[in-house]
Design a protein. Sequence first.
Length: 82
Amino acid sequence: FFQLFEKYNGPKSGHLKLKHPGQLQEVLDIARTLLKELDDKGINRFPNSSETRGKLDQLKQVLELYGHFSGINRKIQLKYLP
């Protein structure tokens, strides 16, 4: 997620708003990768991993809804917390 901030100039403003299908696909890919890593390495190895897993799973489910990215209801806003 930090790389997304760097890529889309988010650290300067402290927040990031992603609306384009390619950007949303990047976030979905990151969520899938992180969920796979949590499953592979064991959910109990990381602090707050069950809460993190729940949030990532929710993010993944919402982005996968309807099978495509379109419409005004599709955007992601992230806030930078260093």
